[in-house]
Design a protein. Structure first.
Length: 123
């Protein structure tokens, strides 16, 4: 039927339009699996925490063949430069950077989440 083909194209176009316009709305939704009081934590050996708040470690992959991490949305390996810092080590739950001669440690999970879980297990 000629009329049903036109309706099919209109419906397809409407679905594409809805999908394209919903992306900004979906980006604003919080991650349902993240703890309610979660905030990325950065520890610095010599630098102030205020100076290093911009580092967010999302993932770490360690295998016998390689070590990679996702830092600020970018996949990095040992020796890679990211911004004005260089990755010097990738550990199971953290990445160590050097910037301006100072070491910075970016944690995968904040330490308070780990401590709270440990306290609950003791009870």
């Amino acid at each position: 039927m000629p009329g049903s083909e036109s309706k099919s194209w209109k419906a397809t176009g409407l679905l594409i339009l809805m999908a394209a316009t919903s992306q900004p709305l979906l980006a604003q939704l919080p991650d349902p699996t993240r703890p309610p009081d979660y905030t990325p934590e950065v520890q610095a050996s010599d630098a102030s925490a205020e100076e290093n708040r911009s580092w967010v470690l999302s993932s770490v992959l360690i295998s016998p063949a390689r070590r990679v991490a996702v830092l600020n949305g970018r996949t990095v390996s040992r020796g890679d430069a990211i911004g004005d810092a260089v990755v010097i080590d990738i550990k199971p739950a953290q990445v160590v950077l050097v910037r301006d001669g100072r070491e910075l440690t970016v944690q995968l999970l904040p330490s308070n989440v780990k401590k709270d879980a440990a306290k609950k297990n003791k009870q």
